[in-house]
Design a protein around this ligand. Structure first.
Ligand code: NOJ
Length: 459
């Protein structure tokens, strides 16, 4: 049954389509001794912040096991591997380069190239150096200059070999989970700070884009977490519009050179006057990118508050959208993943179509897509049929968008292996490889076998 579905899907994927897997530094690396401290180290030390008490070590002990992990990637047969650089590993907070840290990423990049895999580098996947947080982090008015120094170091060292660059990963999460609320590091819990952090993240993106262009880096871009905001009820149109504007349009408007919309400025006036906006920075932010990454997991549904208690998905909460008018609630439907996230592949097709309209003429990539399920290791195997179905459904949804004219060129499964799911800890498993916490063994789940088969048929 699954075999015929794999064959049918593989037949839809063009030969030059990029198939890859993704990870992020803090979630997999371990070896915190080999680097400076980050906001996630500080956050993880506070009891209760991370559900199972996970800290940076050992995670997947990836720094010490990089050769084996590279061999796994080779065996999977992926075209590309998306990883992130830990800022405090290459440039601990004192802004001095750390040769050992740079050496680690050189080994990783060279190891990928030796195996015929394209390195896709994310500069910022949430692990800001603690010392920079001490001066305000994404609220510091010069933070883009610090990011520019960091970008410069990365470009000088890696631009000759990296195939694609993402400046930021999901700046919405950094700003609204980390600054507006306390769900993620640094855990400020100040709604007004969310807007400013979001803007300053984008000004750092603009500054880094200039650096990457100066170094003639291949394919600079950014990865945003975009999704369709669905409502079937006119009465909550205003609420859905505000959520859509903070989740999706704010970032795309800035990239497209449309600035911050009047409607958003008005709706958030109780929190901020947006006086931190700088015209020169707006111009930098709007310089063309070579690709846009979309991290997609689940849609957002908005229902009237009067509809009785609906079930919201984990992490979907109006506190993440300061300024949303009263009268609505977040809702989601079955079926769900272990994160409580609704599984609805058609909304991925819609998200791609909508994004292509909002930011036209930019090649799109699914820079992340995947699911956590309650995997059971039985006799050395993990039959994760639910995840296999998730991937089949969503890859087909991507091909549906392609068939309808969207220029989507690649897909990265999240994640190569089980890792620290931020505040959810190690218990939420997103990997296509199972990681045994007892001995760090990597065990391919059925979803890895499926992904390998798709990669093989796509060669
Ligand atoms: C998005 C993030 O980029 C990644 O770090 C995270 O693990 C996945 N979503 C799953 O929540």
């Amino acid at each position: 049954m699954t075999d015929s579905k794999i064959a049918a899907l593989a037949a839809r994927i063009p030969e030059d389509f990029d198939l890859g897997v993704a990870t992020a530094s803090w979630q997999i690396e371990g070896d915190s001794k080999g680097r400076g401290s980050s906001i996630w180290d500080d956050f993880a030390k506070v009891p209760g912040n991370i559900k199972d008490g996970s800290v940076a070590d050992p995670a997947c002990d990836h720094v010490n096991r990089v050769e084996g992990d590279l061999d796994i990637l080779k065996d999977l047969g992926v075209d590309s591997y998306r990883f992130s650089v830990s800022w405090p590993r290459v440039m601990p907070g004192n802004n001095q380069p750390n040769p050992e840290g740079i050496g680690f990423y050189n080994r990783l990049i060279d190891g990928l190239l030796e195996r015929g895999i394209k390195p896709v580098l994310t500069m910022y996947h949430w692990d800001m150096p603690s010392e920079l947080q001490a001066i305000g982090g994404w609220l510091n008015k010069d933070i883009h200059k610090h990011f520019q120094n960091y970008a410069n170091l990365l470009a000088e060292n890696f631009a000759d070999r990296v195939g694609m660059w993402a400046t930021l990963n999901e700046p919405w999460v950094s700003a609204y989970l980390g600054y507006a609320t306390k769900l993620h590091a640094p855990g400020l819990g100040n709604p007004a700070a969310g807007f400013e952090a979001g803007y300053r993240l984008m000004s750092a993106h603009g500054a880094a884009m200039s650096v990457l262009r100066e170094h003639k880096a291949n394919m600079p871009g950014i990865a945003l977490n975009l999704t369709e905001v669905i409502t079937e009820d006119e009465r909550v149109r205003a609420q859905a519009d505000h959520v859509d504007s903070l989740q999706n349009r704010f970032w795309l408007d800035l990239l497209a050179g449309r600035g911050v919309s009047e409607a958003l400025i008005e709706r958030t006036s109780q929190f901020t006057d947006w006086s931190f906006i700088d015209q020169a920075q707006l111009k930098d932010i709007a310089q063309p990118i070579d690709w846009l990454g979309i991290n997609y997991y689940t849609p957002i549904r908005i229902a009237p508050a009067s509809e009785g208690d609906q079930k919201a998905a984990l992490g979907q909460d109006f506190s993440l959208y300061p300024g949303v008018p009263e009268g609505a609630q977040m809702a989601s439907r079955e079926p769900r993943t272990e994160m409580g996230w609704e599984i609805f592949p058609a909304s991925l097709t819609e998200t791609l179509k909508q994004t292509a309209e909002r930011l036209p003429n930019i090649p799109l990539y699914l820079s992340e897509n995947g699911a956590a399920f309650d995997d059971q290791l039985v006799d050395g195997e993990i039959h994760d049929q639910d995840r296999v179905d998730f991937y089949l459904g969503h890859l087909n949804a991507v091909m549906d968008a392609k068939d309808q004219g969207v220029d989507v060129r690649g897909y990265f499964a999240w994640s190569l292996m089980d890792n620290i799911e931020w505040a959810e800890g190690l218990e939420k498993r997103f990997g296509i490889y199972y990681v045994d916490p007892k001995n760090q063994a990597r065990i391919p789940k059925d979803s890895a076998k499926m992904f390998k088969e798709i990669c093989k048929r796509n060669k």
